[in-house]
Structures are given as C-alpha cells and as structure tokens.
Ligand binder design. Structure first.
Ligand SMILES: Nc1nc2c(ncn2[C@@H]2O[C@H](COP(=O)(O)OP(=O)(O)OP(=O)(O)O)[C@@H](O)[C@H]2O)c(=O)[nH]1
Ligand SMILES: [Mg+2]
Length: 367
C-alpha cells in the first residue's frame, strides 16, 4: 500500500478528488481540518488515503524484461516500442468498461497522444507499459478531461524519491557524490554544504579527491573560504582515514570526486580505492539530464562499482526531456534524492518530489 494526501475545501470534495485519482478501491486512513490554509479558504480538509502499491507489478515487469531483452538494446528500439505499445493500447481499449458511457474514439485518440508524448519524453517501453496498465485499471473513471491527471498520478506513483534527514549528530556522517565529467558534482556539493550550514546550522566539512582536473581544488577552496567551511584534500587513498578522522566531529562531511567517463573503467576502479578503507554513509550518483538515455543507462550501470544508493539528476533546466530519471530509478531500483535546476549556489537545487518530477517528465517544463 502507498499513501497520498488530498486537500479540498470540503470533505466531500477531498473524497471525490481521491476517488478520481486513485479509484474507488482507495481507502481513507485519516481526515483532519487544516486551519488558515494559505489559499483564501479559512478551513481546508485533508484526507490521507491508502491505495494499491504498483511495486510488485513493477518488479514483475522488470524481471520479465531482464529475461527477454538483449544486453545492449535497453528497450530503446523505437519501431518495436511503438508497435508493442499500440498493441497494449488496443487491448486496453478492447476491454473497455461496459458501465459509464465514454466517447471511445476520442479517448482512444487521447491515449494515443499520451503514448506519443511519453515516447517524446524518453520514457522507456517498460515504463510506458506500466502507465498504460495503470490507465487500464482506472478505465471506469477515465474521461478525456481527466486523462492527463491520471498519467501524472501514474508517473508519480512509479517514481521512488527519498528525503534527506537533517540531523545535528556531530558524528561525521559522510556523503560522497560520484558521476561522469562535468555533470555538476562540485556545484551540487557547494549547494548542499551552503544550505546545510546556513539554513540548518550544521557543521560541515568537505574532502576533495579531485586532484586530477586543473582548477578543481581551487573551485572548491574558494567556495569553502567564502562560506567558512573546512575543506581538506586527499591526494592518495591512504590519506582518507586521517582526513575523515580530522572531520569526525562535523555533522556532515561531503566528498567531492573526480569526474570520470563511465567508459574509463580502469580509472573508475582506481577511484574506488579512495573509499575502500573508510566508511561512507551515503553515495549519490549525479547524472545530467542533458545526456542521452543510452549514455545515462550506461553510466548508471558502470558506476554501480561505487555501490551508490540514490540518484541526483542535474541540469533539469537545460534538458529537453526528463523521462530518463524514471527509467533509471525503476531499472536500478534506487530513489532520487535531489534535482538541480541551475548554476546558482545554493538556490538551484530541489529535494526530489515525485509529483513535481511526474509533471516535469510529462509536461516537459521545469517551472
Ligand atoms: N544549467 C545548469 N548548470 C549546472 C547545474 N549544475 C551545475 N551546472 C554547471 O555545470 C558546470 C560543471 O559543474 P561542476 O560542478 O564543476 O561539475 P563537476 O561534475 O564537478 O565537474 P568535474 O569535476 O569536472 O567532473 C558548471 O558550469 C556549473 O555551473 C544545473 O543544475 N544546471
Ligand atoms: Mg567537480
């Protein structure tokens, strides 16, 4: 089961909203009145509802996929995608509801348009199938007018996000950010360090292991001096334990790594040795949404040697499509923790939110 909140001026409207999005099987877990809600209404009603989790279905479809698809096509054969997808749509519309009257022709056209849009947004065949299955399940509630909302809800329910727990622990929690060259790793660390320090009043340390790229250390040193953050440099893997020991009383220690091409497996392997004698609490893989879906899949695969636990998707402001974030999160079964949307430190970073991401993927605009 998953939960979702619905807020409306009356309990009846909140319940209707819930049924419209989640279907009649959704259960109300709790209701409450929110005073002084910031929308002109003095009181609003909030429902927390529970609905069926799609996770089992996702796992099943992903498992089927890994058995059948060849290693290098990654479901990105567009001709095949289109024909498979049309079959799913036709089947879905054949078992159409016999209850509520719908304009089947226009609904079918609308679903076809949705299919085309999802292809354009770079969603993989598997994800599109999941969305269509979700529409199929909701078929008795679908109208031409609410289809877009259903698609967004479907995409949001598929995207796994996680939030960062801010704790003043003083126990040297270590977070490293890895990823291909130039994706925005250092900028992301500067944003997170500045927010953690200024807004959450945490004590921050930074370790850079990027002694490879000219100017990389200076880039971070200037930031650290301006923001009064301790910054240390590891030249060798053997430096790491003593540097982390020096920063052990900080709340957070960020490790900035050298950008490496995922194709350079020797260098990637060499970089893992910086992490072999120290405990890293969290590792984020930063990937730029401006890269092609194939490159992103390859990077997410090759960087698995770092055992990363979450994705940071950068440059969503520059990217034309954002479907890959959902493809990757599902395929690698890792949540998204942050999205970055510009060059400004610290403003241009967002805690990942599945509904925002779903709208971003489907509508294509990031505001
Ligand atoms: N438009 C946009 N630019 C970004 C974003 N994040 C970073 N950048 C820019 O991308 C460029 C590279 O950023 P860095 O933080 O140096 O990237 P990096 O991954 O540390 O690069 P290497 O260490 O060389 O691998 C800089 O010009 C950043 O300002 C973002 O979210 N949107
Ligand atoms: Mg860098």
């Amino acid at each position: 089961m998953k939960t979702k909140k619905f807020i409306a001026p009356t309990l009846k409207e909140a319940t209707e909203k819930m049924k419209l999005e989640l279907g009649s099987e959704a259960i109300i877990l709790s209701t409450r009145v929110i005073e002084n809600y910031d929308n002109g209404f003095r009181k609003m009603f909030e429902i927390v509802s529970a609905y069926e989790d799609e996770q089992r279905e996702i796992t099943e479809i992903l498992n089927q996929k890994s058995n059948v698809s060849s290693a290098n096509n990654h479901g990105l054969d567009f001709e095949k995608k289109l024909s498979d997808f049309k079959t799913v749509i036709d089947k879905s519309l054949k078992d159409k509801n016999n209850g509520k009257a719908q304009n089947l022709t226009s609904l079918k056209d609308e679903i076809q348009t949705i299919a085309d849009t999802l292809f354009e947004r770079d969603l993989s065949k598997d994800v599109i199938k999941l969305v269509i299955n979700y529409l199929k399940k909701s078929k008795s509630y679908l109208t031409v007018d609410n289809l877009d909302n259903y698609v967004i809800t479907g995409l949001a329910s598929l995207l796994n996000t996680r939030s960062f727990e801010i704790e003043k622990r003083k126990s040297g929690r270590v977070i490293s950010i890895i990823g291909p060259t130039g994706v925005g790793k250092t900028t992301c660390i500067a944003k997170l360090a500045a927010i953690s320090k200024i807004i959450h009043n945490l004590d921050i340390g930074i370790i850079s292991i990027d002694t490879y790229r000219l100017g990389a250390i200076d880039q971070l040193r200037i930031f650290s001096e301006i923001s009064n953050v301790d910054m240390l440099v590891a030249y060798e893997p053997s430096d790491m334990p003593k540097l982390i020991a020096k920063l052990k009383n900080k709340d957070l220690i960020f490790i900035d790594t050298t950008g490496r091409s995922q194709k350079n497996t020797a260098e990637l392997k060499k970089m893992t040795s910086f992490f072999s004698n120290v405990k890293i609490d969290e590792t984020y893989l930063a990937l730029s949404m401006t890269s092609s879906p194939k490159n992103l899949l390859d990077a997410a695969e090759k960087f698995k040697i770092f055992n990363y636990d979450s994705f940071v998707f950068t440059k969503i402001d520059e990217a034309v499509t954002h479907g890959s974030m959902l493809n990757l999160s599902l395929r690698f079964q890792k949540p998204v923790i942050y999205l970055t949307n510009g060059q400004i430190i610290p403003d241009d970073i967002l805690a990942a939110d599945s509904e925002y991401a779903a709208k971003l993927i489907y509508n294509g605009n990031f505001n």
